[in-house]
Every structure is written in C-alpha cells, then in structure tokens.
Design a protein around this ligand. Structure first.
Ligand SMILES: NC(=O)C1=CN([C@@H]2O[C@H](COP(=O)(O)OP(=O)(O)OC[C@H]3O[C@@H](n4cnc5c(N)ncnc54)[C@H](O)[C@@H]3O)[C@@H](O)[C@H]2O)[C@@H](O)CC1
Ligand SMILES: Nc1ncnc2c1ncn2[C@@H]1O[C@H](COP(=O)(O)OP(=O)(O)O)[C@@H](O)[C@H]1O
Ligand SMILES: [Mg+2]
Length: 284
C-alpha cells in the first residue's frame, strides 16, 4: 500500500470551494435523503438536517408515511416525499431531480425494501452516497454492487465493511481487500473509524480530525447527509467524501471543550458544522 495522503488543514483547502456571493437556492444544489423505517425516522431527521447545514440549497427526504409529521415538525426547511407504505420503504419513486442522493440511514432491511433498493439502483444515474442498511442489503446480495454507478460513495463502519469484504486477519489485509473492492466497482469507500480513511482505487486518504466523542448514535447518519450535501453542490465525489469527513471530525474537536466526550451527541455535530466551515475561511 502506498502512503496515505493526510487530510489536514493544508490539504483540505485544495478541495474546499468558497461560496459564490451571487448564488441562490435554485443553483446551490438539491439533495434527496432516502431512508427511515418505523422507529428509525430519527436517522433521516439527523441526516437531512446535516445536509441542509452543510450548504445545499434544497433538501428533500423520501421516507415511509409514518415519518411525515415527525419530519415536517422537526425540520420545517426540509421537503417530505412519502412511500405508499406506512412503516417501511417499498417503492422509491419521485418526480424531483436532485443533484445528489444519500440512501440508507434507518432504512431497515424488509424484503420489500430490498426490492425497492434493487429497482432504485438499476435506474439511478444521480450521484449517490450509500450508507447503513442500504449497505447491509447489498452485503446480503453482492450482485447489487454491479448496479452501483462509478464514483458512488459508500460509507461503511467497520462492521458494515466486514459484511461487504469478509473478516480480515490484519490491517494490511483489510486495506488490500478494501482497495480491491474500490477498484473492482470504481467506488469511493469511506472506511469510517478512528481514523477514517477514504479509498479511491489505489489512493488512500487519512483524516486527521475527530475524536472518540463521535462514538455515539447517529453520527454516521449525519456524515451521510454532509457528504450528500457537498455532492449536490457539485463537488467531485472524492472531494465531497474528503471534505465531509474532515468537517464532520472537526465539529467534534470544536465541541469537545464544551461537551466532553460523554455528552456529545449527533445533534452536536450538526450544531458545529457552521464553526467548522468558518475555520476553513480563517486559514488563508
Ligand atoms: N436515531 C436513529 O434513528 C438511529 C438509527 N440508526 C440506524 O440503525 C440502523 C442500524 O445501524 P447500526 O450501525 O446501529 O447497526 P449495525 O448492526 O449495522 O452495526 C452495529 C454493529 O457494528 C459494530 N460496530 C459499529 N461501529 C463499530 C466500530 N467502530 N468498530 C467495531 N465495530 C463496530 C457494533 O459493535 C455492532 O455489533 C441503520 O439503518 C442506522 O442508520 C443508527 O444510526 C443509530 C441512530
Ligand atoms: N473513537 C472514534 N474516534 C473518531 N471517530 C469515531 C470514533 N467512533 C466513531 N467515530 C465516527 O463516528 C461515526 C459513526 O458512524 P456510524 O457507526 O455509522 O454511526 P450511526 O450508524 O450510529 O450513525 C463515523 O464517522 C466514525 O468515524
Ligand atoms: Mg451508520
């Protein structure tokens, strides 16, 4: 394996694009987050709020019906599309044209949802982030990987990665199998952990921000929203992954003196995205 490229302040400025003063919400990117199931609507709430707070102009969600009032109440800025089913997603259809889609947070793995994911992957040509249960469904039916378009970003945590590539005996084996998967399907793999690494074929990036405060429910769902937002804003997929992971980690570094490790929660990531962006502006 070649040496990783460390994602630090200097490296991130090669990827970061400053906002255009004359932009408006119609050209600032529209992202769609698909996920949720009964009891896990919170995952989509977190993901879609993080998506908005990372700068895209419009955010929609596609969720089961039971999440409608929850989403509209929790985040009035987000637009809500619903499945025909009450508690699960069974048929992913929408008439909007988002510039990026994030799929998986809280999705569940019901048979109807597995079929819906299959039909969606067959048709979809929009830049995509795949996380959580969408990855788990793919792990159970690896043929689905062949439907994933080039430069799709996938964001497995270590257990999800193991479901995708099988158990490993050493760090070297884990890296070489992940690189092989990235090359075989031309996907960008965000290997979440401490540290998070981003794999784009033979190129390995290693993040330098973040801390153990992030070891709490929903922080991965938030990351999916952040990367989807950057993709919708026309960042190249690898830059969206790198910048999303860097800013996500930075929120925990910024918040730590106030929250300590114990009381930091996924909503604190979202609350600190603004400060993380501002620290990029100050570095010039
Ligand atoms: N508020 C909500 O609605 C939440 C919904 N969530 C959703 O719940 C579903 C299940 O996701 P989960 O990730 O909880 O379940 P999984 O079964 O995919 O992963 C949990 C397993 O992975 C292991 N694991 C996780 N991180 C690890 C690490 N860094 N190193 C080693 N092992 C690790 C755990 O020990 C556990 O065995 C997903 O759809 C997810 O999006 C979760 O994100 C939690 C919050
Ligand atoms: N000890 C740690 N140090 C740094 N980052 C961590 C640590 N533990 C977890 N994280 C980060 O928190 C996030 C957890 O994602 P995930 O396991 O998918 O959470 P969830 O599914 O609950 O949203 C990942 O971005 C991961 O890198
Ligand atoms: Mg997760």
């Amino acid at each position: 394996m070649t040496n990783p490229i460390y994602i630090d302040q200097k490296e991130i400025l090669k990827h970061y694009k400053e906002p255009d003063k004359h932009t408006h919400k119609g050209i600032q990117g529209h992202a769609l987050i698909i996920g949720g199931s009964y009891g896990k609507i919170g995952a989509v709430s977190l993901s879609s709020k993080a998506c908005l707070k990372t700068g895209c102009g419009l955010v929609s969600v596609f969720i089961p019906k039971c999440g409608y009032t929850i989403l509209q109440t929790a985040i009035p800025e987000v637009m809500v599309l619903t499945d025909i089913q009450e508690e699960i997603i069974s048929n992913i259809t929408f008439e909007i044209t988002p510039q990026a889609i994030g799929i998986g947070p809280g999705l569940g793995q019901a048979v109807e949802t597995q079929n819906a994911l299959y039909e969606f992957l067959k048709r979809n040509t929009i830049p995509l982030v795949i996380d959580a249960d969408a990855l788990n469904i793919i792990s159970n039916n690896k043929k689905l990987l062949a439907l994933v378009k080039p430069k799709t970003v996938i964001t497995p945590h270590p257990k999800e990665l193991e479901r995708l590539i099988g158990k490993w005996d050493s760090e070297e084996e884990k890296m070489s199998r992940t690189i092989s998967l990235s090359k075989q399907y031309d996907v960008i793999i965000v290997m979440k952990g401490a540290p998070t690494r981003i794999i784009d074929g033979e190129t390995v990036y290693e993040n330098t921000t973040g801390n153990a405060a992030l070891a709490t429910a929903g922080t991965g769902d938030v990351l999916t929203g952040m990367i989807s937002s950057l993709l919708a804003q026309s960042y190249e997929p690898v830059s969206a992954a790198i910048l999303g992971v860097y800013l996500h980690g930075l929120t925990a570094d910024i918040a730590l003196p106030e929250t300590g490790y114990q009381s930091f929660i996924a909503s604190d990531v979202i609350a600190n995205i603004g400060k993380a962006f501002l620290s990029l502006e100050k570095q010039e």
